[in-house]
Write a protein that binds this ligand. Structure first.
Ligand SMILES: Nc1nc2c(ncn2[C@@H]2O[C@H](COP(=O)(O)OP(=O)(O)OP(=O)(O)O)[C@@H](O)[C@H]2O)c(=O)[nH]1
Length: 347
């Protein structure tokens, strides 16, 4: 039970692409009267999520942390929470709650542990709830294949199913039943593009240390933490604009070939002929390119793409995408054609 005076913290978790940033955007752009500080954690090592977040007004602050919050950057989390508390006490920052978005690969247990074992954190913050998002379309497969997805579902105080618009009611029932077998105590609700009643996820006082310790008596002990080894990410940055037709074709080809291993890809892109940023969103074979806000005249335009996948051939992705840049050299055009199988060469 959070003690009076401590700042409530909500941890948003959920496997890659489950819809955490979408929910965060809904929260940050909805009138709800809360002043929220957000800590955003990225797995891919590039600030793509920062670019995808829409902040409303000055009453909110977003801090970024790269790396996986559940292991290497826990110190980062402790430091950021310490800074937030100090700025709040000094009166330079006003907020009444904190939201932490973990990476899609994070085990929420060590993140929750932080609120009980780190003295600087315990004094100021109280964990209100762990909210786990589950993708209705990909969730079942993710639960089957990835331990992290099961940990996230099992540890949740509330489960939110997203993307219900993409599945039929039978698939949804099966997923609800599966989640029930992993976690019997967390109520399940739906979120459509992040839209969900905030009263059911903020200030719900749902995290119980006693309950977690009843399931895992070693919860507060130091933990060794491992991620599935063959999941890797890489980032591609380019200053030159991409050619739209070529890029769509190349992404289509890569997805055809590697879609089942492409767990998550996203980016903010500069395309020739567009003043707007183009946002790429993808999970496996589901890909979308959408117009976003225009580049400012005073900023250097740079495309940033993040790929997270199982044993993806990074060099091939780099070659193919490099050849989609406007004015790609003849040599890279040949490479592109060969890699994409247009010359009948091997890939
Ligand atoms: N159809 C549909 N798409 C959704 C819904 N919610 C989110 N999405 C889409 O799912 C994709 C991934 O959403 P994000 O919010 O970026 O997911 P995330 O969990 O933050 O992803 P990572 O941070 O990479 O793990 C985006 O293209 C969203 O627009 C939904 O309810 N329905």
């Amino acid at each position: 039970m959070p003690s009076p005076g401590r700042i409530p913290v909500t941890v948003l978790t959920g496997f890659l692409g489950a819809g955490k940033t979408t929910l965060l955007n809904y929260i940050l752009t909805t009138e709800h009267g809360h002043r929220i500080a957000v800590i955003e954690n990225e797995f891919g090592g590039a600030d793509v999520d920062g670019a995808l977040l829409r902040q409303r007004g000055e009453e909110q602050v977003v801090l970024m942390s790269n790396g996986c919050i559940c292991c290497t950057v826990r110190e980062d989390l402790v430091r950021m929470l310490g800074e937030l508390a100090a700025r709040r006490e000094a009166g330079s920052l006003a907020f009444d709650r904190v939201l932490i978005e973990t990476t899609g690969m994070a085990d929420p247990a060590p993140v929750a542990q932080t609120f009980f074992v780190e003295p600087e954190v315990v004094g100021h913050f109280a964990l209100d709830a762990v909210i786990t998002l589950v993708d209705a379309m990909h969730g079942m497969q993710q639960l089957d294949r990835h331990r992290e997805a099961r940990q996230q579902a099992g540890f949740a105080d509330r489960l939110l199913i997203t993307k219900v618009d993409l599945v039929d009611p039978v698939a949804l029932d099966l997923l609800v039943a599966r989640l029930g077998s992993l976690n019997q105590r967390a109520p399940v609700a739906l979120a459509h593009f992040g839209e969900t009643p905030l009263a059911e996820i903020l200030d719900i006082d749902a995290f119980s240390l006693a309950r977690v310790e009843a399931i895992d008596p070693a919860f507060l002990l130091p933990q060794q933490h491992h991620h599935t080894d063959d999941i890797r990410s890489f980032v591609i940055r380019e200053r030159r604009p991409y050619d739209m037709d070529r890029l769509r074709f190349a992404l289509g080809g890569l997805i055809d070939r590697y879609g089942s291993r492409m767990l998550r890809y996203k980016g903010v892109l500069q395309l020739a002929g567009f003043d707007e940023r183009i946002v790429l969103q993808g999970l496996h074979t589901l890909m979308a390119l959408n117009l976003a806000e225009a580049w400012r005249t005073d900023e250097a335009r740079e495309s940033i793409l993040v790929f997270i996948g199982e044993t993806l051939p990074e060099a091939e992705f780099r070659r193919v995408l490099h050849a989609c840049l406007l004015g790609a050299s003849e040599r890279s055009e040949t490479t592109f054609a060969r890699v994409m199988g247009l010359l009948g060469g091997s890939s």
